[in-house]
Design a protein around this ligand. Structure first.
Ligand code: DQA
Length: 152
């Protein structure tokens, strides 16, 4: 039996604080709740999930590098590094693995410095404003992309 394609779900700084961090913006679910949702949904799509979080930009760069040739897709919520990190953009471009950008909040309704995303330049698309459901939508989008590329 062939192995399920791996989706690497990467979470950036302060997302470990979900549940207690500005719940009016980010909701009451913890990151571990979101991980459970992702694992359950990925299972229904025939995908395997690696779920990680770091407050460090370097960890995120290393994890993105490690997806090359190994993972079938990336879901990334880079947190505040979204708006600052050329290093994460470069890592995503080098990985050549399809990536979907996720944000819990609608970054376009927030401070103007959150309107720009470096990640967006390397992502297939962005989902923002749907809370944790954004991760589910991202998995659906990747499942479709992966299926499409294997049929090509
Ligand atoms: C976020 C939006 C970012 O602007 C912010 O820095 C975060 C969370 C989101 O999921 O809505 O840390 O990525």
């Amino acid at each position: 039996m062939s192995q399920a394609p791996i989706i690497s779900i990467l979470n950036g700084p302060n997302l470990n604080m979900l549940g207690t961090r500005q719940p009016e913006l980010y909701g009451r679910e913890t990151l571990s709740d979101i991980e459970k949702l992702c694992r359950a949904h990925a299972g229904t799509l025939g995908l395997a999930v690696e779920f990680r979080q770091s407050n460090s930009e370097g960890d995120l760069v290393t994890w993105i590098q490690e997806t090359r040739g190994r993972a079938a897709g990336i879901v990334i919520n880079a947190g505040a590094y979204t708006h600052t990190s050329v290093a994460i953009l470069d890592a995503l471009l080098a990985a050549e693995v399809p990536a979907v950008e996720v944000h819990l909040s609608n970054i376009h309704q927030r401070d103007s410095f959150r309107h720009h995303s470096y990640v967006a330049k390397a992502a297939k698309g962005m989902i923002c404003g749907f809370g944790s459901h954004g991760y589910i939508l991202a998995l659906d989008a990747l499942a479709r992309l992966i299926k499409g590329s294997s049929e090509a």
